[in-house]
Design a protein around this ligand. Sequence first.
Ligand SMILES: [Zn+2]
Length: 324
Amino acid sequence: MVEETGVRQRLVFDENIVKNGEAVEINNNEETTCPNKNGLHKEHQSIWEVLDYENLPEWLRDNEYLKSNHRPIVQNYAACFRSIFKLHSETGNIWTHLIGCLIFVAIAAYFWVNTEGHVSLHDKLVFLAFFASAILCLGLSTLFHTVCCHSAEVFVLFRKLDYLGIAVMIIGSMIPMVYYWFYCETIPKLVYISMIVVLGSVVIYVTLSPIFGQNNYRHLRAIVFASMSFTILIPATHYALTHGIYRLHLDRFDLFLLMGFLYIFGAVVYTTRIPERFFPGKCDIWLHSHQLFHLLVVLGAITHYIQAYEMATHRLNGHMKCSN
Ligand SMILES: [Zn+2]
């Protein structure tokens, strides 16, 4: 049993080994510490064993409730991508957003091919911005979770891109709302779209700062992204006051609320690390908080698309004619 655990905690790279996050080279039955991990024979880094949390390097230690089944350092991009098809703590994170990304690629292609001639270029661009932001967010997230075990430098770079994708998706999701709420009113439409772009740029700037990505700042990240999302309530209130609550009903405000619930629930699950905090070591591969957060983000984005599509259909089918 002791020997079996010892084997699990080792990463075998042909004649090389990574133990406790440090590269160790085996040579003539002697272990020699190799501090420069680039010295590993990268072509052999496809055979590896999952590690326990305690044996991860500091920069890969994110969630202490996931006790085992972590990928070790795999300094080979091809091996990182092959790990998509293996079972470990990132498998669910990768597939939830990879499938979500492919769903939005399919929806965008269908939308583009089947959009009728009377749809204006502006309408198409608004939806295209939404699709592009969703695809970018889910795609960058998939990439981050795939290659985050490569090295500390790659981890930091792709984590920034992951957060950048979230900020872009928030911007891309808010623009269709404002565009269709103020479909015939140019000034509020431009004011609110400008507000979203300016605020979004500030959030992007913040997400790229070194402190923002640190493992123990997940509450800050949730607060920054939630605050950005909540600014949609300003144009929503304006719209409700000037057009009446009944308009909100026609614009499927129920779906808007459902989307908000899914995103907020996702943020709560992400920050509180439920359920694994109640079942340490039991959710290492499936159903841990980050995976559920990913799932809720995809469901929130699909709900948002349906709502935006219904609003657009309502406008474009002539139920709301602009006087000018
Ligand atoms: Zn993620």
